[in-house]
Write a protein that binds this ligand. Structure first.
Ligand code: GLY
Length: 394
């Protein structure tokens, strides 16, 4: 429902109201955390500081989710022009440059998530050279994880770890835009070839015949042979982890735009169609798509927020107008439900922008809580809908 602001006569939409609520929480969290980092997820709907680990102290920059925090600040700055948001994000960019230069906690493919939002964003928005250097250093580090002859980037852990050797996960698709950006910056085709080969391997092996996806897939690191799919965060090896499917929609759509291979467009469509065919009545997925209405399973609102961004991206890239219209409409339906049913009322009742996400249910981690990535993609979805010309950082 829309209303009119009396002083200006301007129409206020539910999206405007949702953005205002989200930005009030970002502002409150900047005051609460200063230059430190909240944990991956809330506990009882409140973010605590990220726990200390090894030589990194409490609130320090470690793990794969810290960049979602400055990512929200960059969007908040773009939406409002308020320099307090920009100043906070710039301080985090400096800390991310320190992290990559110090070689601190870099043994992960999630350098793409980390450095796209923390450092590519200020390069895109402000042409900040120090951020550009940091993002290129992160891209180079990501390239050290490229495995020949399989042609994939290893997801987790030390490259010599036998448990992790040759493993990719569907989330990796979202890490490729850092390499695409590095190619655009440098003209070095090694980055573009890594993106092309990694995405081709995932397109061929991580999607099943029915359009559902494995969370994780292994290749033989010596022969390059594709071995087996399975899960780490989903319900079963042969089920479909909701957030993975959402990463598939968004990741294949973004990489289609970069690589231009029609098979990646089809992959994004297949992920989207399966996701949309397995949604409950309110449009927000349970944490694994094996669950439906009446199952009593927890929702993963973060999968919904990622899917909204992915569907909007896919609709923009779509060559078939009927499909584009369907994906746009589905995105709006999911976002409306997130705004209506999954946000804290009043906003101060939680530190999260979006309630009810699941991090890792099999390990009992972050179940039915807010999450930094859920918050980020929810704000990105709102920014995309509020301003169709808004340019994502990926
Ligand atoms: N990329 C890790 C996750 O989605 O939980």
């Amino acid at each position: 429902m829309t209303s009119t602001t009396p002083e200006t006569g301007r129409i206020t939409t539910p999206i405007d109201t949702a953005i205002a609520a989200a930005l009030s929480t970002v502002r409150r969290n900047i005051a609460a955390y200063g230059d430190l980092y909240p944990d991956d997820t809330t506990r009882g709907d409140r973010y605590e500081l990220r726990p200390a680990a090894g030589s990194i102290s409490e609130g320090g920059n470690r793990g794969w989710t810290t960049s979602f925090w400055p990512g929200m600040q960059w969007i908040a700055w773009e939406l409002t022009g308020d320099v307090a948001f920009r100043a906070a994000a710039e301080r985090h960019a400096t800390d991310f440059a320190r992290r990559v230069n110090a070689g601190e906690d870099l043994e992960t493919h999630d350098l793409g998530f980390l450095y796209t939002l923390s450092c590519v964003a200020p390069w895109r928005l402000l042409r900040d050279d120090a951020s550009r250097d940091a993002a290129l250093a992160a891209a180079d580090h990501l390239m050290t994880r490229f495995l020949e002859p399989a042609g994939v980037i290893q997801a987790w852990g030390d490259l010599a770890d036998p448990e992790q050797r040759g493993r990719t996960i569907i989330d990796s698709l979202m890490n490729m835009p850092l390499l695409t950006w590095a190619y655009e910056q440098t003209g070095d085709r090694r980055y573009a070839e890594a993106v092309q080969r990694h995405t081709a391997q995932l397109e061929a092996h991580i999607i099943r015949a029915d359009g559902s996806t494995f969370h994780t897939f292994f290749w033989d690191a010596v022969t390059g042979e594709p071995l087996r799919g399975g899960t780490a965060q989903g319900a079963h090896d042969d089920s479909c982890w909701s957030r993975g499917q959402a990463w598939g929609i968004y990741g294949f759509a973004l990489n289609y735009a970069a690589v231009g291979d029609e098979r990646l467009l089809n992959a994004a469509r297949r992920c989207a169609d399966y996701f949309l065919d397995h949604l409950p009545a309110d449009g927000v997925a349970f944490w694994d798509l094996v669950y439906g209405d009446g199952s009593g399973a927890e929702r993963d609102s973060s999968a919904g927020a990622i899917a909204v961004c992915g569907l909007l991206e896919l609709a923009q890239r779509e060559t078939d107008p009927a499909r584009a219209e369907r994906y746009d409409a589905a995105a709006i339906r999911i976002l409306d439900s997130l705004v209506e049913n999954y946000t804290p009322r009043p906003p101060e009742s939680s530190d999260a922008l979006l309630l009810h996400s699941v991090y890792d249910l099999p390990k009992g981690n972050g179940v039915d809580e807010g999450s930094l990535w859920g918050d980020y993609f929810y704000l990105e979805a709102l920014a995309r809908v509020a301003d169709p010309d808004w340019r994502p950082y990926w």
